[in-house]
Design a protein around this ligand. Sequence first.
Ligand SMILES: [Zn+2]
Length: 265
Amino acid sequence: MNYIEPHAHMVSRTTADYEAMVQAGCVAVCEPAFWAGFDRASPQGFYDYYRQLTEYEPARAAKFGLPHYCWLCINPKEAEDAGFAREVMALIPEFLDKETVLGIGEIGLNKNTRHELEIFEEHVALATKHDLPILIHTPHLEDKLKGTKLIIDALKNARVDPSKVIIDHVEEHTAGLVLDSGFWAGMTLYPESKCTPARAIDILETFGMEQIWMNSACDWGVSDPLAVIKCALEMRKRQHAQAIIDKVIYENPRSFLSQSKNFKA
Ligand SMILES: [Zn+2]
C-alpha cells in the first residue's frame, strides 16, 4: 500500500526508521516544526533547526528515496515569551522560498494562554500574507476542547479559508467541531496517548472519510513511525474497502498538501 506520512518529526528518528517506512510503502514524509524535547535558548537555535528541516533532513531522507517536506513556525510550547517568539518568527520569511517548505505549522496552543493565542494569530497572519496552508497542533487532555474552540474562533475572526487549514490531534470530542466548520482534521496515532488505531478507525466510521488524515507524529518520545500503515492494516481487518483505505492514507493527504505549490506526489 502506498501512503503519505503527513506529520512526522524525523529529525529525532534513525535511518532504520526511514528504511522501514519506505519498505512499508511511504511515498512522502512531511515534518512540522515543533518542540525539540527541550526549550531552545536563543533564536539562533531555531535558525539552525530551520536549516536542519529545509536542508539536512531532506538530503538524509533522499538517501532512502523518500521525498521530505516541512512546515515552519515556533511551536506554542516555546511561544509563551511573546518577545522571544517574535524574534524567532522574524527568521521564518527567509526560509519560505526553500523548495520543500509547505506552509506554517505546527502552530496552535499548548496551555491556552493569552500569549500563546497572540503568537498563534500572528502566525496565521504570516500564512495569509504568503498564501500558505496551515497545520495546527491542539492541546492535550483537559485543555484540548477549550483550545480547539479558541483556535477555531481565532481562524474565523481572521477569515481564513478553512479548506487550507488542518487541525491535528483531533479526538472523539473535537473531530465534529473541526469538520463541521469546514477545516481538515488530523488524527495522531500514538501507542499510549492520543489515538490508538482502534479509536482512530471508530472516529473515521463516526465522522466519515472526507477531509481527514492520520499521522504517526513520531518524535523523540514513545511513538511508532509505522503507525499509519499499521492502522491501514487494522482497517482491512474491519472489512473497509481498499479504495477507502487508500483515500484516507494517500488521496486525502495528497489533496490537502497539494494546496502547497511545493508538494509533489
Ligand atoms: Zn507534531
